[in-house]
Design a protein around this ligand. Structure first.
Ligand code: GLN
Length: 191
């Protein structure tokens, strides 16, 4: 199994390390031809406007849309924004692959970043220690989207739509491999 990590900007090295710890070959993706022969792709957190601009500059928008239409793709934080179909009034390049509406910077500025323990039934106990850094939330989902995790106040922070996964937080900044393992299960066709 080969999983690509979009390596334009953001926390791609941390995702590579998580995949390596699971024994999975991680391929850094910066150009369209590097998507060939991948079984899945992770779009890291970082800054979605920058990721979008660089993806446009490198001719990656259409190839990434085609990839996400066919193969397992997981967006974390900025990656979630980049995957979403609707990000409100924001003007920036996005893939529009997932039927979710996302509110960028939903918790406010950097000083409002936080960590919390999240119950995620798909990965079981114990709760997942989730790091939110200028994080988005999902404000609306279409019927084909499953909600995987919510904050105590009900705001949606993890979703799955068939082979597509999105989390508002940064699992690659912990040493808990369970969500990466879960994504590998989707890539393997087991989950
Ligand atoms: N606030 C960032 C954005 O809008 C996302 C932050 C992150 O990925 N940690 O792209």
């Amino acid at each position: 199994m080969k999983i690509g990590v979009l390596a334009l900007q953001g926390a791609f090295i941390e995702h590579n390390k998580m995949l390596a710890n699971l024994g999975v070959t991680a391929v850094e993706v910066r150009l369209p031809h590097q998507l060939a022969e991948l079984d899945g792709l992770i779009i890291p957190g970082g800054e979605s406007t920058t990721i979008g601009k660089l993806a446009s500059a490198y001719g990656l928008i259409k190839p990434l849309r085609q990839f996400a239409a066919a193969k397992p793709t997981w967006g974390t934080c900025a990656g979630m924004i980049f995957l979403a179909k609707d990000i409100g009034i924001e003007q920036q390049p996005i893939l529009g692959s997932m039927d979710i509406t996302v509110d960028r910077n939903a918790f406010g500025r950097q000083i409002h970043s936080f960590e919390t323990d999240l119950a995620i039934a798909e990965i079981g106990d114990p709760p997942f220690h989730a790091v939110f850094i200028r994080a988005p939330v999902v404000t609306a989902v279409e019927a084909s989207v499953n909600v995987l995790a919510c904050l105590d106040d009900g705001r949606i922070v993890a979703v799955r739509q068939r082979h597509l996964l999105a989390t508002a937080f940064h699992p690659e900044l912990t040493d808990d491999l369970r969500l990466h393992g879960y994504f590998c299960g989707i890539v393997n066709g087991i989950l």
